[in-house]
Write a protein that binds this ligand. Sequence first.
Ligand SMILES: N=c1c2ncn([C@@H]3O[C@H](COP(=O)(O)OP(=O)(O)OP(=O)(O)O)[C@@H](O)[C@H]3O)c2ncn1[C@@H]1O[C@H](COP(=O)(O)O)[C@@H](O)[C@H]1O
Length: 133
Amino acid sequence: MAKATPKSDKKSTGRKSAVPVPPEIDASVLDTLYQTITARRGTDPALSHSARLLSRGTRKIAQKFGEEAVECLIEAVAGNKRELIGESADVLYHLLVMWVDAGVQPEDVWSELRRREAMSGVAEKASRPKENV
Ligand SMILES: N=c1c2ncn([C@@H]3O[C@H](COP(=O)(O)OP(=O)(O)OP(=O)(O)O)[C@@H](O)[C@H]3O)c2ncn1[C@@H]1O[C@H](COP(=O)(O)O)[C@@H](O)[C@H]1O
């Protein structure tokens, strides 16, 4: 994933820039969003979509995730890149709501991805226990 170069004034005087430095545009946005969704749990559903969704329970949360995933794959198959970006954001948001509901921490998933870095997808599949037929 391409990482935007953060604006920094470190090399110059060390003084703070008058220009506000935007948050980095990278995957850390997922950690921030996860924390926001977690903080919304139990708050007023009229003010927070996350609070409303979390109050509706696991089945509804899973259903919404599935719907967003389908909308995402439709845009991918249609070759609509711009729409795919928007639908991808919806999928990631609803995935994070599902993690919050299930008590899954982002670090748990990041660790699993790190563990897999050492192994190719082909080798990983070959290492799975064979199903009984
Ligand atoms: N990233 C998102 C985000 N992506 C999608 N959605 C919402 O997901 C909803 C999907 O629409 P749907 O009609 O499919 O869902 P629905 O209203 O539950 O519909 P029904 O199932 O009831 O028919 C829309 O209301 C979107 O606004 C999101 N809602 C919130 N966030 C972010 O989550 C954070 C917390 O938001 P709040 O919880 O609203 O404060 C903020 O940073 C938001 O930007």
